[in-house]
Write a protein that binds this ligand. Structure first.
Ligand SMILES: [Zn+2]
Length: 355
């Protein structure tokens, strides 16, 4: 076997940084160099990560937000170049794009469908203009089920999007709600990747916690939706949906004991077949991104809950930068683990990823 190629890092003489780890590949190795303190290449050259949580602002969607006075920065001043600059600073090769909340849930069905269609066509054209740099999670006109079923077909069959983007709740209904069963059944039939993004539920705005509701509610809404999917039976009925939950699953790691002891003991769940390990098993079938959770506390809990194979790199750009996440994760995981989180797991989940 020929010796591993030696690369010299301009800013450190660390032996770790001079040897390409086996199995990491050139892209992974360049990423590891960046993590070891070397400068990240200032362009797409050498970039290898996949960011599954990267927000864009398609013009038709921004216009609809403005009309309803729901727009605010940084949604208003997003440009493709700003995305590319953030990606290039952190070695992100491909960003899987989605608009952030409120998606199009504030619009009546026909308008929601039209704005979602225009937003998805924009996302696909963005990917075509920048080959390899952008993928697309399709914006769906939820909670309008018929329009959503039509858009799933168009987005996945015609636009060839990499998956769909769902909010964790719509009008107080979570993803396991019977009203959304046709959507879940269709995503299951298609073995689709379903990226989910937290919402700020109407029930819990203006609570007197002393901090803006989003600080607590995004994580909590994610957990509510996970519980809804599991305890409604949707997660087991629709096992082929590849769910990605944002922000390390919200607060779910703190509630696993209650789910696994108190909840499964309730008569209705016992009768439905829930047992000692059924919640853990369901939690392990989902994927979770690292957005706003690239710290030892959140990642430690997540890593204890699921195998490394279920963790994917996400940044919540433009609310946070990719570089912050690269730096945060570098203090927690080994280069081989970072390669898996940074690209390998997303690639396994979506083999057709660009780049
Ligand atoms: Zn986000």
């Amino acid at each position: 076997m020929s010796p591993a190629p030696a690369y010299r890092c301009a800013c450190t003489a660390s032996p770790l940084a001079q040897t390409q780890p086996p199995g990491l590949g050139r892209r992974g190795f360049l990423g590891a160099l960046a993590l070891a303190g070397c400068a990240t290449p200032p362009s797409a050259e050498g970039a290898w990560r996949v960011d599954v949580h990267h927000h864009i602002s398609p013009p038709a969607w921004v216009a609809a937000l403005k009309k309803s006075k729901l727009d605010s920065p940084p949604v208003n001043d997003w440009t493709p170049q700003r995305s590319l600059d953030d990606m290039d600073r952190a070695g992100v090769r491909t960003a899987l794009t989605s608009p952030t909340l409120p998606a199009v849930g504030f619009l009546p069905a026909a308008e929601a469908a039209a704005v979602a269609r225009a937003a998805n066509e924009y996302a696909r054209s963005l990917a075509q203009r920048h080959p390899g740099r952008f993928g697309c999670f399709a914006l769906l006109p939820m909670p309008h089920v018929d329009a959503t079923l039509a858009e799933i077909g168009y987005a996945l069959d015609v636009l060839k999007c990499d998956g769909v983007a769902l909010m964790t709740s719509y009008d107080g209904k979570f993803l396991g709600d019977p009203a959304f069963a046709p959507v879940m059944d269709e995503l299951h039939r298609r073995k689709a990747t379903a990226y989910t993004h937290p919402n700020e539920p109407a029930c819990c705005r203006n609570l007197s916690t002393g901090v803006p509701s989003v600080i607590i509610e995004y994580g909590t809404d994610t957990t509510r939706s996970i519980a809804s999917l599991i305890f409604s039976g949707t997660a087991s009925r629709c096992r082929d949906i590849q769910f990605i939950f944002s922000h390390a699953g919200g607060t779910v790691t703190a509630l696993t004991e209650r789910f696994n002891t108190q909840a499964v003991a309730l008569p209705q769940f016992k009768a439905a077949g829930f047992g000692a390990d059924s919640v853990n098993a369901a939690l392990r079938q989902f994927h979770y991104d690292t957005a706003q959770t690239a710290n030892p506390i959140a990642m430690g809990a997540l890593r204890a809950m699921v195998p490394l194979s279920q963790i994917v790199f996400g940044t919540d750009y433009p609310y946070r930068s990719a570089l912050e996440h690269v730096r945060g994760l570098a203090s927690i995981f080994s280069p081989a683990e970072l390669a898996q989180i940074g690209r390998g797991n997303a690639q396994r989940l979506m083999p057709g990823l660009p780049g």
